[in-house]
Design a protein around this ligand. Structure first.
Ligand SMILES: Cc1ncc(COP(=O)(O)O)c(C=O)c1O
Length: 491
């Protein structure tokens, strides 16, 4: 018998509380594979909830891949197939997958893909990289670089990054720095050392980068989506979330947020810091895109503004140089960094030292700076191209966020367009993107999609957005009955 304890006074909406409860029951095996969930009508009557609240909870479970709904039959927990012929039943052992993940891997060559937030390969400075690798391999230290090293990172790179942070007014005496395999690993280590599933709440931007959402979803933490507006996360909504739900972590992307491209202004940063301190939470400043500012002036980081040790800052070479080298870093209060270094040692001993040494040489030789100049010039051209193409080709009523850097724009198509529904049509015409469903935490916007523009040439951007506009207009002209039925958004 399902007996969720739901709190109507909570900041977490009822459908999310119900979803969390049902997810727990499924993962704990209380409702087995193939088991049928109560009908929406029965459950809404039993719990005194509106039917749409139960429907929204079921839909989230379906998006996570835990439940399949069959029209006219009901909603079923996904089946785990028992192993046939004495084979190990891997599906049963592994359990269902949690969280919807965007398709991985490169798109076919003939597709104009706005789907990945990655630097452009045509801008990779290959001659400079070859020279850098030769210098490192030919250097006196190469044998020690190829040995096992310390978990905190390749010492010369670590020292370089510490000095750089100090020269920018960050990293006080009681703080430290750890090199990680990108920001993704830093987030994973934070989850490992700070979050106990079922006990803690994590506040995330909504919409958010799926790699963050799925990581914390898998941990069993309760997720709280805080809406992102035109100027990054909404300060008032975050204040309410902090006082009502007491999250342990607040994860924010201060500059050129993925997927919306928005930046949190200085005054909002100060206000957020005040709130975070008052609530005793940890603020994770995921500044992966900050170096990619194409216009306007930089805004002080949370870590520069904070003197109270509430901020952990993540950086990475992924977006400015070569994401495949997997080198990032995290800085913050020394006791936390020491715990993260311990957890990292258990995970992978340390990040690859050759990559770290190559990137250090790439920085010290001045090649990174030259490369960044080229990236910023190309980034501005590409940003202006996508803005102009969106204004020219997307249907009237489309809303596009404004950004001054990074790799992404968030597009909201007018009703009744459904970004996921029209994607196959766009793909058949040679254009791809990621619809909003991959990014939302609580707030569903069927018309939303992310355009990642940084990896495409200006002429591809113009052609791709034109095709997307054509697909939208054709879809709007089609008779209503042919269109996908849209669910009302739950806000
Ligand atoms: C917001 C955000 N965080 C983290 C990551 C992962 O970055 P890294 O390659 O440094 O692990 C990405 C990659 O796209 C991202 O957009």
């Amino acid at each position: 018998m399902l007996r969720p304890r739901l709190d109507p006074a909570s900041e977490i909406p009822l459908y999310r509380q119900l979803r969390d409860y049902l997810r727990g029951a499924i993962l704990a095996g209380q409702i087995g594979g193939g088991g049928r969930l109560p009908t929406m009508r029965d459950l809404s009557e039993a719990l005194g909830l509106h039917r749409s609240t139960v429907a929204a909870a079921y839909e989230l479970l379906e998006q996570e891949g835990l439940v399949r709904t069959q029209v006219g039959k009901g909603s079923f927990v996904v089946k785990s197939f028992a192993g046939a012929g004495g084979r190990l039943a891997w599906d049963q052992l592994l359990g269902p997958l949690v969280g919807e993940t965007p398709p991985a891997g490169p798109s076919p060559r003939d597709v104009i893909s706005f789907a990945s937030s990655r630097p452009a390969e045509d801008l990779f400075p290959m001659a400079e990289l070859r020279a850098t690798v030769d210098e490192v391999i030919g250097g006196r230290d190469v044998t020690s670089i190829l040995q096992i090293g310390p978990p905190a990172g390749f010492p010369p790179l670590r020292l370089y990054l510490i000095e750089e942070a100090r020269s920018q007014g960050m990293l006080r005496e009681d703080e430290d720095l750890l090199i990680t395999s990108g920001c993704q690993q830093a987030l994973d280590l934070l989850e490992r050392v700070l979050i106990r599933g079922g006990e803690h709440t994590v506040a995330l931007e909504d919409p958010v980068y799926p790699g963050v959402r799925n990581l914390f979803l898998r941990s069993g933490a309760r997720l709280l989506g805080v809406p992102v507006g035109e100027q990054g996360v909404e300060v008032e909504a975050l204040a309410r979330a902090l006082s009502a739900a007491r999250p342990r972590l607040v994860v924010l992307t201060p500059n050129f947020q993925n997927p919306t491209g928005t930046t949190i202004p200085l005054e909002a940063r100060r206000a957020i810091l005040k709130q975070v301190r008052k609530a005793g939470a940890v603020l994770v400043e995921n500044d992966i895109y900050g170096a990619l500012r194409y216009r306007g002036s930089p805004v002080k980081s949370f870590q520069q503004l904070d003197a109270s040790g509430h901020v952990v800052r993540l950086r990475s070479f992924s977006k400015m140089a070569f994401p495949g080298l997997r080198v990032g870093w995290v800085s913050g209060p020394a006791p936390l960094i020491a715990r993260m270094a311990e957890a990292k040692q258990l995970a992978d001993l340390h990040s690859d030292q050759l990559s770290q040494a190559v990137l250090l040489r790439f920085v010290e030789s001045g090649r990174l700076e030259e490369h960044l100049h080229r990236m910023l010039r190309a980034g501005l051209e590409r940003l202006e191209a996508v803005e102009q193409a969106a204004a020219k080709h997307l249907p009237r009523g489309t809303k596009v966020t404004r950004t001054d850097g990074g790799m992404n724009l968030w597009v909201r198509l007018p009703e009744p367009l459904d970004a996921a529904g029209i994607l196959p049509k766009a793909q058949r015409r040679g254009v791809s993107y990621l619809p909003g469903k991959y990014f939302w935490v609580d707030r569903r916007e069927p018309g939303a999609l992310r355009l990642s523009f940084a990896g495409l040439k200006t002429e591809e951007i113009e052609r791709g957005v034109r095709i997307l506009g054509d697909v939208c207009r054709e879809e709007m002209r089609e008779p209503r009955s042919d269109r996908v039925q849209l669910e009302p958004a739950v806000v």
